[in-house]
Design a protein around this ligand. Structure first.
Ligand SMILES: [Zn+2]
Length: 377
């Protein structure tokens, strides 16, 4: 009598609030699909500084607003065969991949952690959603937006109070303490590596396709393959961007064949053109035709400092130690692999965020046990 197709009732109602566990599995899958759909909006709009709320989704080609029934995760893309319902413009497969991957990630995380720590499972889902967005954005734009990194630090802190098991603690106060410690250790370590690395390796030369131009705006250098923000480039007064401009255009004048130096941490910020020195803060805009630009920068940027702080806030300081080591190994393997495969040379830059995200994911899925066994002896 107390069974359902041979399954005892108490086994059926073993989820949170005495509900069937797999009812929640379905909820997590659906939640993941919806979050994945939102991540597509984040990936496209946040790096361009557009709102994620308005305007509603529309086709970039014909501008038609996308109806809800054409905006269902995965399903709509399959039914529409990857095309806009109105003009037939192709919808990149990335959209459906991000949705499906996020959905499966939420489901897998729930199945693995939901039974023992349902709130921790939810927190990990949010963390992985952040990883997916950060990876996609960093691969394309070489930045990780503050909305993800700084937002992640705060979210991690709150979740560690609600689910202190995230950082291996049993109560909220300790959860918050270890979350804060994780953020400080994680951010501090990457910052130290960043500064130390720049002291050791100094300059990085970026080769630009012939005849292309780079633009300096108020906050970033716009290279052909993406923007590099000044706070990733200038830390010390000696940090200088150097280039040979075939043609240099400022808002009110023009130069030909001049060496250009930019050192924004000097007071006043220095812009040197040939032998002439200017106050860079007086020049809102500059555009240069050049083949080579030298940036005082390593592979990692300041976005990675905040990103690792966020990981520490979610997973504790041990996770950041592991992630820093594992990401270096992963980064070297992929970097050397790409060079061997002829896909890249030594001077091109790989974004570092995806390797940190991959390493922290490894931590959650077994790296933690391995790490503690290694250091428990
Ligand atoms: Zn269209």
């Amino acid at each position: 009598m107390d069974t359902f197709f041979g399954i005892p009732y108490e086994h059926l109602y073993d989820g949170p609030f005495r509900t069937p566990f797999h009812l929640w599995s379905i909820c997590f899958l659906l939640l993941g699909l919806i979050v994945g759909s939102f991540l597509n909006v984040v990936i496209y709009r946040v790096p361009l500084d557009l709102s994620t709320v308005t305007p509603p989704s529309h086709c970039p080609k014909c501008n038609t607003r996308i109806k809800l029934r054409h905006n269902l995760p995965v399903l709509s893309w399959l039914l529409l065969r990857g095309q806009c319902a109105y003009c037939g413009a192709p919808i990149p497969p990335r959209y459906v991949l991000v949705e499906a991957f996020t959905g499966l990630t939420f489901l897998g995380t729930w199945l693995a952690f939901g039974r023992s720590e349902p709130l921790m499972a939810l927190a990990l889902c949010i963390l992985f959603a952040g990883f997916i967005a950060a990876t996609a954005i960093d691969l394309e734009h070489y930045i990780i937006p503050d909305q993800i990194t700084v937002g992640g630090i705060f979210a991690g802190f709150v979740f560690c109070a609600l689910a202190p098991a995230l950082v291996g603690q049993a109560n909220a106060v300790n959860g918050m303490k270890f979350s804060a410690l994780g953020a400080v250790v994680g951010g501090g370590m990457v910052y130290a590596v960043l500064r130390g690395g720049k002291l050791l390796f100094g300059k990085q030369r970026v080769t630009i396709p012939d005849g292309s131009r780079i633009t300096f705006t108020e906050e970033a250098i716009h290279l052909p393959d993406g923007a590099v923000f000044y706070d990733e480039v200038f830390y010390r007064t000696s940090d200088t961007v150097i280039l040979e401009a075939k043609r240099l255009e400022l808002s009110d004048r023009c130069y030909w064949n001049q060496p250009v130096r930019l050192a924004l941490k000097q007071t006043p910020p220095l812009l040197q053109i040939g032998t002439e020195k200017f106050d860079a803060s007086q020049e809102p805009w500059m555009c240069a035709d050049t083949e080579k630009v030298t940036l005082p920068r390593e592979a990692m940027g300041f976005g990675d400092v905040k990103f690792m702080a966020g990981i520490g806030a979610f997973l504790g300081w041990q996770a950041t130690v592991f992630s820093l080591m594992a990401s270096a190994v992963l980064g070297s393997l992929v970097g050397v692999g790409l060079i061997v495969a002829g896909k890249r040379d030594w001077s091109t830059r790989l974004p570092y965020g995806p390797f940190i995200a991959a390493a922290a994911t490894l931590w959650v899925w077994g790296g933690k046990e391995w790490f503690f066994r290694l250091f428990a002896r």
